[in-house]
Unconditional design. Structure first.
Length: 223
């Protein structure tokens, strides 16, 4: 696994860790790494199961649609009841395409979750754990500076009222942009956008990309 993929896994672990931290994050360097990894694996496994369940449900709906479409097609309505149904062409309706896209997205998320679980369980875990913990600790130690960047650049938004997952993704990316000299800002932004696409609402990736881009363009950050 290359460095980029390891750090992508670390960011996901850090994001899940953020979701597990108590509401009032205190300034501390004490994080139970084993507990973080265990809970992260549970969360990812649950997400994979939910995605698979959704995919199975959609497949059942598509199968029912196809079957009913065939039975109710004019060609089959005209033939004798005792005769087998004649296969008919299915139009690529937007509804069908939407359901297929949902299945593909569910499969992609499931594969990603499984890959990360394997990494956590069997693979090159020390580097992944180390970077994830470093991200979380950096935020805890610099929370005020990082949150101030969000406040200043998310015009019209209260940082405490942002969708939590979006706020946490921004916090991870800004921590990297401000304090990790070996990570290009463009990489931090791209990775934050990918996290938003995977874990948040459809419009969140553009919102996060805009805020981070504005920070990089207008601020002189110490790196």
């Amino acid at each position: 696994m290359n460095k980029m993929n390891k750090r992508r896994a670390s960011r996901e672990l850090a994001l899940i860790t953020f979701s597990q931290l108590e509401k009032g994050i205190k300034k501390t360097t004490e994080i139970d790494i084993g507990d973080v990894i265990q809970k992260s694996s549970v969360v990812l496994t649950g997400e994979a199961e939910n995605n698979l369940n959704s995919a199975v449900q959609e497949l059942a709906k598509i199968r029912e649609f196809v079957q009913n479409y065939e039975l109710e097609h004019p060609v089959n309505l005209e033939i004798s009841y005792e005769m087998a149904s004649v296969p008919v062409g299915i139009p690529l309706t937007s509804d069908m395409l939407g359901r297929i896209d949902m299945l593909l997205e569910a499969a992609e998320k499931t594969y990603s979750a499984i890959d990360l679980i394997k990494l956590v369980s069997f693979g090159e875990i020390e580097e992944v754990k180390s970077y994830a913990i470093q991200l979380v600790k950096t935020f805890i130690e610099n929370r005020e500076k990082i949150d101030n960047q969000i406040k200043e650049h998310s015009i019209g938004w209260d940082v405490e009222r942002l969708v939590k997952i979006d706020r946490d993704i921004l916090r991870i990316a800004i921590a990297e942009i401000m304090f990790f000299k070996d990570v290009p800002s463009s990489v931090s932004i791209d990775e934050a956008v990918e996290l938003a696409k995977k874990y948040s609402e459809p419009e969140s990736s553009s919102f996060i990309n805009g805020i981070l881009g504005h920070i990089v363009r207008t601020e002189t950050l110490d790196k």
